[in-house]
Design a protein around this ligand. Structure first.
Ligand code: CDP
Ligand code: MG
Length: 167
């Protein structure tokens, strides 16, 4: 089944210079990259992305982690992969959430760690199912930033807004 999935290379992945390694590993999936960007993650975006984790004791640390406050790298790389069985293929290559339980050949098994506070620094995020993938992709990307029509869109007339352009 054709699927889409969101991958985030988290700030620890960027700090450890793992971008190339992670993308190389994920390319084994033969999936197509249809969108990519570097994002400075606001508190609002972080909280919305991890809203299902709100009640966890580590929620505060998790938000700091994805915002890059634990690694002095205030950015993530967001990538949308598209193709057959995309969600499962990417999760297989990523490995288990807990890097100690992840297969040692998986991305998280190779590069992840558990902090002394017990947070799983597992170098990448991947969507867990179709519904979450849709929610996450729509949260992180505008339709114009994706080169294929993943979901239905509509044209609206927006009030004139101030925006920054190249000087
Ligand atoms: O990222 P994934 O979908 O595999 O796991 P999740 O259950 O959605 O949790 C989101 C993130 O919270 C994980 O990737 C970890 O960084 C963190 N986490 C943690 O630090 N300790 C846990 N016991 C569970 C999750
Ligand atoms: Mg998840």
């Amino acid at each position: 089944m054709d699927q889409k999935t969101l991958v985030l290379i988290k700030p620890d992945g960027l700090k450890k210079s793992l971008t190339g390694n992670i993308l190389t590993r994920l390319s084994e999936s033969k999936l197509e990259i249809v969108a990519v960007k570097i994002v400075r993650v606001s508190r609002e975006l972080a909280s919305e992305h991890y809203k299902h984790m709100q009640d966890k004791p580590f929620f505060g640390e998790l938000i700091k982690y994805i915002q890059g406050e634990l690694h002095d790298r205030r950015k993530v790389m967001a990538v949308v992969y598209w193709g057959d069985d995309a969600i499962n293929k990417v999760r297989q290559l990523a490995g288990s959430t807990n890097p100690e339980e992840a297969e040692s050949t998986s991305i998280r098994g190779s590069y992840g760690r558990i902090t002394t506070q017990g947070l799983y620094e597992n170098v990448l995020h991947t969507s867990s199912d179709n519904k979450e993938a849709e929610r996450e992709i729509k949260l992180w990307f505008n339709p114009d930033e994706v080169i294929v029509d993943l979901y239905p869109t509509k044209i609206i007339t927006a009030e004139p807004q101030k925006k920054r352009v190249w000087a």
